[in-house]
Write a protein that binds this ligand. Structure first.
Ligand code: AMP
Ligand code: ZN
Length: 488
């Protein structure tokens, strides 16, 4: 399995630290509002990565934090006249609810920053003792960037180049403008905790480093987040962790591409966002997942409602194909053409192989999905050509393959349209004196009566049959494989 490591800018053969096990961490949201679908794209990418690793037999431990203390939460609380705790509790619950609606697996471990203050203080103390951090007079604690010779390696930056941008926000409490806060002294009215440096709260970068170490142990196999987190967030997490514990931090860094609207990054500050909740109120989770998975996770993804509508249509096409395959298998005449059946089975095997190869090539979900779109096209052609003489095994091989592939991606296909209603027994009894109790048989009897009426040009009877079915919400569909009764 190849995974693109954004630190080395190369696809690398994935080698877990511990045989058969994967430890991964993905930075979670700051809980001050509903998340938008850009955030959701990043979480979906790692959900599918995790699902594929599990499908490949790895025992995956997945941790994701909730940043439940932060300037954004405090500002929101002040705007709304609530406490920061209330805001964080509301949007932590909302985040979890929407993630589940989006069919994202719960993390194995979901630490919250406010519950991890002790380990964070311990880490900061150790960094001060080792000469990598210092407490300023104002009660802040800063990490000394120049004390870490490896600083910049995660995001590919040189410390001297960073100086240019850093000067703008020079701060007299820092010894060097590049230094960043590990601990922030409390301002009046803010949530705070006691520490050796006075009341305060941890910095965001400190949170993830401490949690990775506490819950997964460093180094971990995979550390992920959106590409906008590579610098400074991941750089700073890594600097603290490696200077504190003198072990590697993450073997593979994975960064997702941004979701765009009209070519611009979707973000709260630009106001060009749709929340995950509002999108899922209007569309299926499966369609939004499919739309996102049709672009590779590292590429930018342009969102539009038209594309989402297109994904809904694709899903319907897939589900209808599966329905037709199952129907054709159930009604197979037993006179199938062996060569054609073998070709369809070969196509199903080819799709499975392509799917696996694409997923093993840095989680190329776009290629994986395309392989099954191709199979759907081939299956539809097969069904059109063979009419009522489909091969049962080939049909089931195709439908099972399609179902399995989308299940691995967490894209739930709709259930086949419900069974026909028992009311058909009465219709068949009235029309042809059918006395059995099989709805399928009754449907066949009704169709036979209709065919007879049409053959005899008895249009009055044919229309009467159609009307009786319509009263039950049913229609007759005439296809190459024969006629069938289905729900309208
Ligand atoms: P935040 O709550 O802002 O830290 O964001 C949570 C996650 O969403 C981070 O991994 C971000 O990198 C990611 N993210 C933010 N905006 C976008 C976007 N437009 N497209 C993809 N991922 C994003
Ligand atoms: Zn983080």
């Amino acid at each position: 399995m190849l995974i693109y490591n954004s630190q080395t800018h190369k696809k690398e053969e994935f080698q877990p630290i511990e045989e058969g096990k994967v430890r991964m961490y993905v930075c979670g949201p700051t809980v001050y509002d509903q998340i938008h679908i850009g955030n959701a794209r990043t979480f979906l990418s790692f959900d599918v990565i995790r699902r594929w690793l599990i499908a490949c037999g790895y025992e995956v431990t997945f941790a994701q934090n909730l940043t439940d203390v932060d300037d954004k939460i405090i500002n929101r609380a002040n705007e709304q006249g609530r406490t920061a705790e209330e805001v964080a509790a509301e949007f932590s619950a909302a985040f979890i609810e929407q993630m589940r609606r989006f069919n994202i697996m719960d993390p194995d471990i979901r630490p919250r920053a406010t519950k991890e203050i002790g380990p964070m203080i311990g880490m900061i103390k150790s960094l001060i003792e080792q000469g990598h951090a210092y407490a300023a007079d104002n009660g802040d604690v800063y990490f000394s960037v120049r004390s870490d010779p490896a600083y910049g390696e995660v995001s590919g930056r040189k410390v001297d180049d960073l100086m240019v941008g850093a000067r703008i926000e020079e701060n007299e409490d820092k010894r060097d403008p590049l230094d960043f806060a590990l601990w922030k002294a409390a301002k009046p009215g803010e949530p705070s905790w006691p520490s050796p440096w006075g009341q305060g709260r941890p910095g965001w970068h400190t949170e993830c480093a401490a949690m990775v170490h506490r819950y997964l142990g460093t180094p971990i196999d995979i550390h992920g987040g959106g590409s906008d987190l590579a610098f400074p967030h991941h750089e700073n997490e890594c600097a603290q962790a490696t200077c504190c514990w003198h072990q590697g931090f993450a073997n593979t860094w994975m960064h997702t591409g941004m979701l765009l609207v009209d070519g611009e990054k979707m973000s709260k500050s630009l106001g060009n966002f749709f929340t995950l909740k509002e999108v899922l109120d209007q569309h299926s989770a499966a369609a939004l997942r499919l739309l996102m998975l049709q672009t590779h996770y590292r590429s930018p993804l342009d969102f539009s409602w038209e594309r989402l509508e297109g994904a809904e249509n694709s899903l319907e096409r897939i589900a209808t194909c599966m329905e037709n395959l199952v129907w054709a298998a159930k009604h197979a005449s037993g006179k199938a053409d062996a060569e054609r059946a073998a070709a369809l089975i070969a196509a199903a095997e080819h799709a499975a192989a392509e799917f696996e190869a694409a997923m093993n090539d840095d989680f190329n979900t776009a290629g994986a999905v395309a392989a099954y779109f191709q199979l759907v096209t081939e299956a539809n052609t097969y069904l059109d050509e063979v009419g009522g003489d489909a091969d049962e095994e080939a049909c089931y091989a195709c439908s099972a393959g399609i179902a399995g592939a989308f299940a691995v991606l967490g894209v739930e296909l709709r259930e086949p349209k419900e069974e026909l209603p028992v009311g058909l027994l009465g219709v068949a009894a009235g029309l042809v004196g059918y006395t059995g109790d099989s709805v399928d048989e009754a449907a066949e009897a009704v169709l036979a009566a209709r065919a007879e009426a049409r053959a005899a040009k008895d249009w009055g009877r044919a229309d009467a049959i159609r009307d009786q079915l319509r009263d039950m919400g049913l229609v007759v569909e005439d296809t190459a494989a024969g006629s069938r009764i289905k729900r309208a």
